[in-house]
Design a protein around this ligand. Structure first.
Ligand SMILES: Cc1cc2nc3c(=O)[nH]c(=O)nc-3n(C[C@H](O)[C@H](O)[C@H](O)COP(=O)(O)OP(=O)(O)OC[C@H]3O[C@@H](n4cnc5c(N)ncnc54)[C@H](O)[C@@H]3O)c2cc1C
Length: 448
């Protein structure tokens, strides 16, 4: 099997993240697969998509399910993201969405995205998952005065077309309920979303799935996937699963060669995060910081940041395009420098953690959820475009529903999210496409 990035990005030991340090000890409740088992449904990948699929299959449909995960449950992007419960999971703007899918389907898409946020709250309440939910929405900040115009239009569209109350905040107002710095030129508050502790949420999903009867196998990478008559045979280092149906829930961590039907369709991209040590009251006051809401700025190569419950500051950005340890060190230095440039009063605050992981982009630029046309016993959900916190658990619920009803979810899943993306042409050049896109966005972001 092949990886797009340096192999070191796929080594399944826990990353040295703030989340791993604060999640409350290792999750040792399950053991790797040993020997041979038969199940109705085998899920490959133990992130939000896979765990939510398993939880809903076991709890709501009483279907015999197992999850096979290369690392610990939540090892991938789900246990290491920024914890932004935000929308939408698309790289297309509203105008492009409407022109491609029409207003009705775009509205269905936004309604589904809001359902995704609500599902997290319901899961936390109903399953007793404590994952430090904070905030009353999301903030988007104009990094230059000229970018506020676009946000004003966006706020109007969100409110008018999708019923999401969104307020425009001019610089002084934003300073009152957010923060101040040179790259704060006003912004918007979208009354949807929150922040959470991503690894606690992943572990909560895993515990619930287990409690309802799903069997979870950590440290059990699927090394081969074969069809033998009516069953799928998934082989791991020490075991084998025979399943009637398989769900591919590997998002950006898919190794090509596992299943030819999914090769060449994904473009994983690296996202980086640094966190600081907890800031003092004086340090917070220096930037008049007063919000627990997640924030992103208007750069195409955006910065995303939030103040964590212990006042550690989380600052995230896109990554390099090789995944080597050397480029990781380079990115850490760049992130540290950029954090200090955007928030100069925190320039000398020590960085406590740096880590990175893979998000998943596709040519469709919207999520891909469905059932394989050539083999209707294979299901998939991926391509959340760095917005999987709300979308992946929702996608897992949809997959469970599709399996239990034996349909393709056409009446429940908006067209925007349905079906496989097309393959990338000359797929071997995908990282070069990404490099070219980054150079282009860098130029746009530098415009006044
Ligand atoms: C640094 C970073 C910051 C992010 N910030 C945000 C954010 O703030 N808000 C937001 O909405 N989204 C964010 N995202 C994206 C979000 O985390 C993902 O979209 C989401 O977690 C995807 O969930 P998933 O379960 O589909 O995939 P993942 O959580 O990536 O899980 C896939 C799993 O599949 C496993 N796997 C792969 N191949 C195999 C195999 N052959 N056998 C067994 N297991 C296998 C991997 O080990 C991995 O654990 C961020 C991502 C990163 C990396």
């Amino acid at each position: 099997m092949r990886t797009l990035y340096d192999e070191s990005l796929y080594i399944n030991t826990p990353v040295q993240s703030y989340w791993e340090r604060t999640a409350g000890g290792p999750d040792g409740a399950s053991t790797p697969l040993k020997g041979s088992v038969d199940v109705d449904v085998a899920v490959i990948g133990g992130g939000y998509t896979g765990l939510s699929t398993a939880l809903h299959l076991a709890r709501d449909h009483h279907i015999d399910t197992c999850v096979l995960e290369s690392g610990h449950m939540g090892w991938g992007a789900s246990g290491r993201n920024g914890g932004f419960g935000c929308i939408p999971a698309s790289k297309l703007g509203i105008e492009a969405l409407v022109s491609r899918y029409g207003l009705d389907e775009t509205q269905r898409f936004f309604a589904a995205q809001l359902d995704g946020l609500q599902l997290i709250r319901d899961l936390c309440n109903g399953e007793g998952i404590d994952c430090d939910l904070v905030g009353d929405g999301n903030l988007e900040v104009a990094h230059r005065p000229s970018r506020l115009r676009d946000l004003v239009r966006y706020a109007d569209e969100l409110t008018r077309h999708f019923g999401i109350p969104t307020r425009v905040l001019h610089r002084a107002e934003f300073g009152e309920l957010g923060f101040e710095c040179a790259e704060q030129c006003g912004g918007i508050h979208m009354a949807a979303g929150f922040g959470l502790h991503p690894l606690k949420f992943a572990r909560g999903l895993a515990d619930s799935a287990r409690r309802h009867g799903a069997v979870l196998y950590p440290h059990s990478e699927v090394e081969s996937w074969q069809r033998q008559g009516n069953v799928h045979v998934l082989t791991t280092r020490d075991g084998r699963v025979k399943a009637e149906r398989v769900v591919l829930a590997t998002n950006g961590y898919l190794r090509e060669g596992l299943h030819d039907g999914f090769d060449r369709r994904l473009l994983p991209a690296i996202s980086n995060i640094v966190t600081t040590r907890p800031l003092s009251r004086e340090e917070l006051a220096a930037h008049r910081w007063s919000t627990s809401n997640p924030i992103c700025n208007t750069r195409n190569l955006l910065f995303y940041f939030r103040m964590l419950p212990d006042n550690s500051f989380l600052f995230g950005a896109r990554g390099d395009t090789t995944g080597t340890a050397r480029d990781g060190e380079r990115m850490k230095a760049w992130m540290t420098r950029r954090l200090g440039e955007v928030f100069p009063h925190w320039r000398r605050v020590p960085i406590s953690h740096y880590w990175r992981g893979l998000v998943c982009v596709t040519r469709k630029m919207t999520p891909s959820i469905g059932r394989d046309i050539d083999d209707p016993t294979v299901y998939y959900a991926f391509g959340y475009h760095a917005n999987g916190v709300n979308t992946a658990p929702w996608a897992g619920k949809q997959i469970a529903e599709m399996i239990s009803r034996n349909d393709d979810g056409a009446d429940r899943i908006p067209v925007v999210c349905r079906g496989l993306p097309r393959e990338f042409p000359l797929a071997g050049l995908r990282l070069w496409y990404l490099r070219a896109a980054y150079q282009y966005y860098k130029l746009i972001d530098a415009l006044p």
